[in-house]
Design a binder for this molecule. Structure first.
Ligand SMILES: NC(=O)c1ccc[n+]([C@@H]2O[C@H](COP(=O)([O-])OP(=O)(O)OC[C@H]3O[C@@H](n4cnc5c(N)ncnc54)[C@H](O)[C@@H]3O)[C@@H](O)[C@H]2O)c1
Length: 240
């Protein structure tokens, strides 16, 4: 019961990774506060991560209903495919708004609650925050920003007493909705999947539970001395 007594807010909790993390937090004895866009029913709070006003409302509601927060997982995110020439500016701005503004606002508005008894923030970056692809201009920009934002938050949080830790996770392709969306318009799914795993030494996609395992480790007390770290979960991809 590694999450016993811990209250953790998760964005993008209707998604593959956010959902798996929420489930594992509860299996480990914690309370997962699920948030996602209003269209997704069954969440604890409707939260568009790009809206500062939404964040203020949710932080206030958590303060009223739970009094404290022990963890935050910024998992809401969107993928976008496009080169610097082919992608339009509107798509770039949307990607940056969800992936970067959303993570920034999450760290900002959860911090007053997290610092009450110390806490841990886990930000979903990507291998695309560590290495680039020719057709991932805005996604690379956004996930690179999440990587260094996490380190700044970690350095600030380390000065607090009790401290608030912050780390970024960097998965390669994870089985689920985001990958399915990328495969939606390809001619041969098998050939595309093969291409997508060609550079992965372990030769497969990650499973959502494997990403959730790492998140729960980073949220829990076992990782008390880990902050400001960027942790690939990529089957060896970035070892090349
Ligand atoms: N799936 C992968 O292969 C993969 C790999 C590396 C990193 N990631 C990152 O992990 C995170 C989670 O990915 P996933 O696989 O669960 O994706 P997903 O598409 O299954 O889920 C993403 C969730 O984010 C929500 N969301 C989108 N815009 C939002 C907004 N403005 N406000 C609030 N919620 C919003 C969606 O409704 C969805 O439920 C993302 O940040 C993604 O970039 C995913």
């Amino acid at each position: 019961m590694r999450m016993n007594g811990k209250v953790v807010l998760i964005t993008g909790a209707a998604g593959t990774i956010g959902g798996a993390i929420a489930q594992m937090i509860e299996r480990e004895g914690g309370r997962a506060l699920r948030t996602d866009l209003p269209a997704h029913k069954g969440q604890d709070y409707a939260l568009d991560v790009t809206s500062e006003e939404n964040w203020q409302q949710v932080a206030e509601a958590i303060s009223r209903q739970h009094g404290v927060l022990d963890g935050l997982v910024n998992s809401a995110g969107i993928a976008s495919l496009g080169t610097i020439e082919s992608e339009d500016f509107a798509s770039y701005r949307k990607t940056m708004a969800v992936n970067v503004d959303g993570t920034y606002l999450g760290c900002k508005y959860a911090m007053p609650l997290l610092k009450m008894r110390g806490g841990s923030i886990v930000n979903l970056s990507s291998v695309s925050g560590l290495v680039a692809g020719h057709n991932l201009a805005s996604y690379n920009a956004s996930k690179g920003a999440v990587r260094l934002l996490s380190k700044s938050v970690a350095l600030y949080g380390a000065r607090l007493k009790p401290p608030v830790r912050c780390n970024s996770m960097h998965p390669t392709f994870v089985e689920g909705a985001m990958v399915e969306a990328m495969l939606a318009n390809v001619k041969s799914r098998d050939a595309a999947r093969e291409r997508m795993t060609a550079d992965v030494p372990l030769a497969r996609f990650a499973m959502p539970e494997e990403v959730a395992n790492l998140a729960v480790f980073l949220l829990g007390d076992e990782s008390a001395f880990i902050t400001g770290a960027e942790i690939p979960i990529d089957g060896g991809l970035t070892a090349h």
